[in-house]
Design a protein around this ligand. Structure first.
Ligand SMILES: O=C(CO)[C@@H](O)[C@H](O)[C@H](O)[C@H](O)COP(=O)(O)O
Ligand SMILES: [Zn+2]
Length: 189
């Protein structure tokens, strides 16, 4: 039992002491704030535990994190099960997110693709489609960043190959981003 706690703490300490990674997280916050100022929205997607993380982060933005402020628009592509199953059935599971990006994303929007391996094909294709549309893309990743790490505008790569450990840091990073974005936005309005 102790091993799991220790591993989780050690990975978070590694992130804390990685200036480059902390710098990327800061840049991501600024990019999200800029998008919101320009009338953009955040679009998120992921599989399994990362699907839950996408829902969790969107809930903090649309509802609130810790402060009273206006609602911040966020859409989760893995939330709409009717659309997802239709696309999976008609076009293949690898296209369940990219097809929605095609229909929903505008140039001022940001796509956050969450994948602990960095290699989920449906998240990868969503990032590629978002780039074609001209939107900014963020990968919340793990391992060596995988193929998504090679294409996203910003890659936040948690230094671990263990899916569960990566997910635990993803939600910590997600909370930190929400806290920073919320505090800046609430000063503006
Ligand atoms: O939550 C877990 C494991 O902790 C699983 O549901 C996990 O998210 C699934 O195996 C995903 O399919 C993994 O995909 P990815 O993170 O590599 O993109
Ligand atoms: Zn999990």
């Amino acid at each position: 039992m102790k091993k799991g706690f220790e591993e989780s703490i050690n990975i978070k300490n590694k992130i804390l002491n990685d200036q480059e990674l902390c710098g990327i997280i800061q840049e991501v916050c600024l990019t999200i704030i800029e998008s919101y100022k320009n009338g953009g929205k955040i679009i998120l997607c992921g599989n399994g535990g990362s699907a839950s993380d996408a829902l969790h982060i969107a809930g903090e933005l649309i509802g609130r994190f810790q402060m009273e402020r206006k609602s911040l628009p966020a859409i989760v592509l893995n939330a709409d099960i009717a659309t997802m199953t239709a696309i999976a059935n008609d076009y293949g599971y690898e296209n369940v997110f990219s097809r929605q990006v095609e229909g929903l994303m505008a140039g001022e929007d940001i796509l956050i693709g969450i994948s602990t391996s960095g290699n989920s094909d449906n998240v990868y294709r969503a990032i590629i489609k978002a780039k074609e549309i001209g939107g900014r893309t963020i990968g919340l990743l793990g391992g060596n960043g995988g193929k998504i790490g090679g294409v996203a505008d910003f890659s936040i790569i948690v230094p671990s190959d263990v899916t569960a450990r990566v997910q635990e840091s993803h939600i910590t990073i997600g909370h930190i981003i929400c806290e920073i974005v919320e505090s800046v936005i609430s000063e503006l309005c």
